[in-house]
Design a protein around this ligand. Structure first.
Ligand SMILES: Nc1ncnc2c1ncn2[C@@H]1O[C@H](COP(=O)(O)OP(=O)(O)OP(=O)(O)O)[C@@H](O)[C@H]1O
Length: 332
C-alpha cells in the first residue's frame, strides 16, 4: 500500500539529457516535478518530443536519470525498483506475441512464466472485452484488439498502477474508444492509470487529472475541470436572424467576433448576460445564446505556445468553425 495521502508517483527535479548523433546535448527532461494521485486516470500531456516517453522509462527503471528523485507507489527508485515494478503494469510499446497462437494461449504462456494462476487469464480477457475472440489467432486481431491483449497481459499480475505510453497511436476510432473504456474501468476498480498522449481530445474525456509538459518541464497540473475552468477563456455562441448588425454591436464592445453562418462566436465578454445586454441595447434579440466552455485543448495550446500555423482547428476559439472574420481583433 502507498502511505495514506501519498501520491502514486512523485518525481522531484527529474532530469535526463541525451547525446545526439552529432554529440550535441539534448535535454529531454528538465527539473520535472510530477505528481500522480492514487486512483483515477492521470493524463501526461505534451507535444511531440516533450519528454513523456523518457519520463515513463525513468519511472520504470529503463532509463537512468541524470538528477532528481523518483518515488513509485511509495518506493524510492532505484533502490525500491523491484518492489515497485511488481505492482506496476506498463503498456509502453507493441508487445511481442506469437502471431499463430491464440490470444488466450499467448496470455497463458505469460501467466505461467510469471507464476500467475491460469484462471486469471480468462478474468483479464473478460476485463478487456476479448473473451469472444480469445481462441482466435493473434495475427487475425485488429490493432485495437492487439492493444487490448497487451493491456490484458499487464493485468495478469493485478497491478495497482497501470502506465500507458501513447496507447491510441495508430488505432481507428473504435479502437480508441475501446482503449479509453478500458482505462476508465481500470480506474473504477481503484487502480491508478497514467496515460501519456499528445492527442488531447483522446484523453480529455477519460482523465480526472493532468500534467502538461513542454520541453521537459511541467507547465501545468491539476484536475482537468479546474484547469479548464481557470486557464482558458470561454466564449459565447449567439444565434441571430441578422448576424451582420449583431456582430457590429458586439465588436463595438471591444469583443472578438467570428461568424459561422447565422451564428456568431464572441470572445471577451465575462458571461452570456453581457452579450444579451449589448444586443438588447442595439435592439437585437437573439434566439440562441450559449456559453461555450473552453476545453483542455485550448488550455494546452495556450500553455504550449499556440497553434501550428495554418491549422484552422487549432487556430482560434474552439466551437467556431473557421468563418469569415467580422470584427476587430478577429480570431479566425
Ligand atoms: N535515445 C535517445 N537519444 C537521443 N535523444 C533522445 C533519445 N530519446 C529521446 N531523445 C530526445 O529527447 C527528447 C524527448 O523525447 P521523448 O521521446 O521523451 O518525448 P515524447 O514527449 O515522448 O515525444 P513523443 O510524443 O513524440 O513520443 C526529444 O528531443 C528526443 O529526440
Amino acid at each position: 500500500m502507498v502511505e495514506p495521502g501519498a501520491p502514486a508517483i512523485r518525481t522531484r527535479g527529474l532530469r535526463k539529457t541525451y547525446r545526439s548523433f552529432t554529440l550535441r546535448q539534448v535535454v529531454a527532461v528538465e527539473g520535472l516535478d510530477l505528481e500522480v494521485p492514487v486512483g483515477g486516470v492521470h493524463a501526461f500531456l505534451g507535444p511531440n518530443g516533450a519528454g513523456k516517453t523518457t519520463t515513463i522509462r525513468m519511472l520504470l527503471g529503463l532509463v537512468r536519470p541524470d538528477a532528481g528523485t523518483i518515488q513509485v507507489l511509495g518506493h524510492d527508485l532505484p533502490g525500491g525498483l523491484e518492489a515497485a515494478v511488481t505492482r506496476v503494469g506498463a503498456v509502453v510499446e507493441q508487445p511481442k506475441f506469437f502471431p499463430t497462437f491464440s490470444g488466450r494461449r499467448n496470455l497463458a504462456l505469460l501467466a505461467r512464466g510469471a507464476g500467475v494462476d491460469e484462471r486469471r487469464v480468462d478474468e483479464v480477457l473478460e476485463h478487456v472485452g476479448l473473451s469472444e475472440r480469445a481462441r482466435d489467432r493473434f495475427r487475425t486481431y485488429s490493432l485495437g484488439m492487439k492493444q487490448r491483449l497487451a493491456v490484458a497481459a499487464t493485468l495478469l499480475k493485478d497491478p495497482e498502477l497501470v502506465i500507458f505510453d501513447e496507447p491510441t497511436n495508430g488505432l481507428d476510432p473504435a479502437g480508441i474508444h475501446d482503449v479509453r473504456a478500458t482505462m476508465r474501468s481500470l480506474a473504477e476498480q481503484g487502480r491508478t492509470v497514467l496515460v501519456s498522449s499528445h492527442v488531447l481530445a483522446e484523453v480529455e474525456q477519460v482523465a480526472d487529472t493532468v500534467s502538461i509538459v513542454v520541453r521537459g518541464r511541467l507547465v501545468a497540473d491539476g484536475r482537468v475541470a479546474d484547469l479548464v475552468g481557470s486557464r482558458a477563456t470561454s466564449s459565447v455562441r449567439v444565434g441571430v436572424a441578422e448576424p451582420g448588425p449583431a456582430a457590429d454591436a458586439l465588436v463595438a464592445c471591444g469583443w472578438t467576433v467570428v461568424r459561422d453562418g447565422e451564428h456568431l462566436l464572441v470572445d471577451g465578454p465575462g458571461d452570456a448576460s453581457e452579450v444579451a445586454r449589448a444586443l438588447a441595447a442595439a435592439r437585437i434579440y437573439p434566439r440562441e445564446l450559449v456559453p461555450v466552455r473552453a476545453d483542455l485543448e485550448q488550455v494546452f495550446l495556450e500553455l504550449t505556445g499556440g497553434p501550428r500555423e495554418g491549422h484552422p482547428r487549432e487556430a482560434g476559439a474552439r466551437g467556431a468553425r473557421p468563418g469569415p472574420a467580422v470584427g476587430a481583433g478577429v480570431d479566425a
